[in-house]
Design a protein around this ligand. Structure first.
Ligand code: FES
Length: 137
């Protein structure tokens, strides 16, 4: 295969790598399509859990209901796998855009707020700034 074609394919693959923008932490983390959001966060050193979750999380099996994130931006209508039956049942009382990170598989780039149950004083300003920066698909 000619070197030019290899370079072009490489560039196309790079453009397809989704980015998860962690709003609270001010970090962008690249991950392959199909990645588990909990694993993406933990592997990047992002703190997903509040106090209860730090002590009692289930390790990603959908049992503890402590790995909340809020999906606050994306340039696609469905950046993660659809809500699981467990999330539909367990997140009834939470925000409309809340997910359990351990149940989310990444389909495309998104902006997420970890621990949405905790105060984030600069939410509005940080979100405006995060939305201004381009996200790959
Ligand atoms: S890690 Fe326990 S529900 Fe997600």
């Amino acid at each position: 295969m000619p070197e030019g074609k290899i370079y072009l394919i490489f560039i196309l693959i790079l453009k397809l790598v989704p980015v998860i923008r962690f709003l609270r932490e001010g970090r962008d983390v690249e991950c392959p399509v199909g990645s588990n959001l909990r694993e993406v966060a933990l592997n990047a050193g992002i703190e997903l859990y509040g106090v209860k979750g730090k002590l009692l999380n289930c390790g990603g099996y959908g049992q503890c209901i402590t790995c909340f994130v809020a999906v606050v931006g994306s340039n696609s209508s469905e950046p993660f796998s659809p809500l699981t039956a467990l999330e539909i049942k367990k997140l009834k009382q939470q925000g409309e855009n809340w997910r359990l990170a351990c149940q989310c598989l990444v389909k495309s780039s998104a902006i997420v707020l970890t621990r949405p149950q905790q105060t984030f004083n600069n939410l509005k300003i940080s979100l405006e700034e995060a939305l201004k920066l381009p996200l790959p698909k």
